[in-house]
Ligand binder design. Sequence first.
Ligand SMILES: [Zn+2]
Length: 80
Amino acid sequence: MMKRNSIKKEVLHTIDLTAIEGDGSFPCPNCGTVLSPDDESEEIYSIVETKILHGELIELVLSCNNCKTTVRLTGFVSTI
Ligand SMILES: [Zn+2]
C-alpha cells in the first residue's frame, strides 16, 4: 500500500431532515452526540457552511465539536 502525504479526504455524512421525526435533532453519525439544528449556541457543533436559495435555507454543513465529523443537512425546504 502506498503511503501518501496528501490531506485525508473528509467523510461527509448527509442527513435529510425530512426523514427525521420530531424537532429535527439527530445523532452524530460518528460519535452519537445529539445535534439539534435549533441549537444556535454552537457548543455542540459549528456551522461550516450555509446554502441559501431564494431566501430559503436549503443546506447546512455542520462540524460536530466532539469528533469533528462534517455533516451535511438537507431537506429544510418543505415544498409539498
Ligand atoms: Zn460527532
